[in-house]
Design a protein around this ligand. Structure first.
Ligand code: FUL
Length: 498
């Protein structure tokens, strides 16, 4: 190893000095680039962050001991016999409801802060299989199977904070309990997209009967490097949220991201969760967690789903603003989502289809102010923007950071939204843009002028500027998008119009 370093170093020196002699100055060698691909603007997402981002909208299912006590944060001393589902929780019903809501996956809570586990774990007796039930409880297994059956992505929430464990706060907890639990969970299914490691630690708990307060420093205590290794060995596509540091909390539980939202951030973060940091040096995209019902994360008697308008607004203000949305719907004491929840989730899915399901861009002719010179096997033409292929993209030449894209229809169309997607594999670039519409083909009106800053993975711009009022839309012959400023040549892979 050491020898290799010495060899490399001397090669480097030799290379540098001969270049300096020959040219009198340092010449940068360029790598062959037959496809004329634009250079990345760093930081860029990892392969698993890219896949994760595509999940866009997914469910959160808080279910466990709290479902039977009415608490939000169980203390960890709950009697095991309190957990009383009449049959195995109906995970397939949860996943089907998520699918009907237009979601692409979901995360099931299988251990909350009370330490109660919903699978036959070897790590603690405080689990659903010690409650004297007549059937085995294995929520992660049932949930992963249902998700695979229904073609949905899946993942689990496992609370690092454990108010039941006598080990919590000591080294033994991380090695003997937490890491093992996470590894047990990583064995369910073979394509988990996210594990949620919540950062909450309120200090006090039951702690094996000892009680009192145990605080830790989450940045070092959980041995994240080993945790990440153990999980990624089994689930390479699993993004570790929270203490795992691969996606960031959006900073509120209100289903809201900033209209300017960078996926880039410093470490520790400098920007507010809602906005990210334009010059951040790591890829740290935002995820927004919100409650789909009007009480807690867990089910409570008398709760109701939020109104359809509120849920739709959450969607526009998160998924439409370069964040993912994880929307919570709690199963009840039967281990099922209540009828009212199922109904509302279906209504949401139908509304998303009606308003954002029929892409008018596919029928438009697209022209651009500039097209990047094609390479041997890749072109950057405008047609890449509506070819329904996320791997092809339109780009300008290096050095061009302003450009226009015009979509024209043969017959006037009624439009409400424009959705834009950057080719983020090569970094998030666009800083500001304008959208204009024309009814007669010559007079242009700028729309939603205060909202058009960043794009990122996806932006959905309501042309009337409102996320609550659908309005009558605009009947237009053409739409013009002008990129005003960008970190480098802009790369967009899809434009959609609804
Ligand atoms: C929080 C937890 O403390 C809540 O109970 C809930 O699980 C939420 C999603 O994350 O930090």
């Amino acid at each position: 190893m050491k020898k290799n370093y010495v060899f490399l170093f001397s090669m480097l020196l030799a290379g540098l000095s001969s270049t300096a002699y020959a040219q009198g100055e340092l010449i940068q060698q360029s790598l062959p680039n037959p496809d004329n691909e634009p250079a990345p603007v760093f930081p860029v997402p990892s392969e698993r962050q890219l896949l994760w981002q595509e999940t866009e909208f997914y469910a959160f299912f808080h279910y466990g001991m709290n479902t039977y006590t009415g608490k939000e944060w169980g203390y960890g001393d709950e009697a095991l016999t309190t957990f009383r589902p009449p049959k195995h929780p109906n995970c397939e019903q949860w996943v089907q409801a998520a699918k009907d809501a237009g979601m692409k996956g979901g995360i099931a809570v299988v251990k909350h802060h009370d330490g109660f586990c919903l699978w036959p774990t070897k790590t603690t007796d405080h689990n659903a299989n010690n409650c004297g039930l007549s059937f085995e409880v294995n929520v992660p297994k049932a949930y992963a199977e249902a998700s695979e059956k229904l073609g949905m992505k899946y993942g689990f929430y496992i609370s690092p904070w454990d108010r039941n464990s006598a080990h919590y706060g000591k080294d033994t907890y991380v090695k003997e309990v937490f890491l093992k639990q996470a590894t047990e969970l990583a064995q369910y299914g073979n394509n988990q997209f996210e594990m949620w490691f919540d950062g909450a630690n309120g200090g006090d708990g039951y702690y094996g009967g000892e009680g009192g307060t145990r605080s830790i420093d989450a940045s070092t205590y959980y041995d994240v490097p080993n945790l990440a290794d153990s999980i990624h060995k089994l689930q390479p596509n699993c993004v570790m949220w929270g203490v795992g540091d691969e996606a960031r909390w959006i900073g509120n539980e209100a289903g809201w991201a900033g209209t300017t939202n960078w996926s880039t951030e410093y470490k520790p973060s400098r920007g507010a969760g809602e906005y990210g940091s334009e010059d951040g040096w790591r890829w740290f995209p935002g995820e927004s967690d919100a409650k789909g019902t009007n009480m807690g994360w867990f089910w409570h008697a008398g709760e109701q789903p939020r109104s359809l308008n509120e849920l739709y607004k959450f969607y526009l203000e998160t998924v439409g603003r370069n964040a993912t949305l994880i929307l919570n719907f709690p199963p009840d004491q039967n281990g099922e989502l209540p009828d009212a929840t199922v109904k509302r989730m279906k209504e949401l899915g139908d509304l998303l289809k009606t308003r954002l399901g029929n892409d008018l861009a596919s029928k438009a002719k697209i022209t651009v102010s500039e097209t990047r010179a094609a390479g041997a096997n890749r072109s950057y033409i405008a047609d890449n923007l509506n070819d329904d292929n996320k791997d092809t993209y339109w780009a300008t030449n290096d050095g061009t950071i302003q450009a226009t894209i015009t979509l024209t229809w043969n017959e006037p169309v009624n439009v409400h939204y424009v959705a834009l997607m950057e080719y983020i594999k090569k970094g998030q670039r666009v800083k500001s843009f304008t959208i204009e519409t024309t009814e007669d083909g010559s007079n242009w009106t700028a729309r939603a002028t205060d909202q058009c800053t960043t794009i990122g993975y996806k932006r959905i711009i309501p042309l009337n500027g409102s996320t609550t009022d659908y309005g009558a839309g605009y009947t237009v012959k053409a739409i013009r998008i002008t990129i005003n400023d960008s970190k480098a040549c802009p790369l967009l892979h899809t434009i959609s119009v609804y």
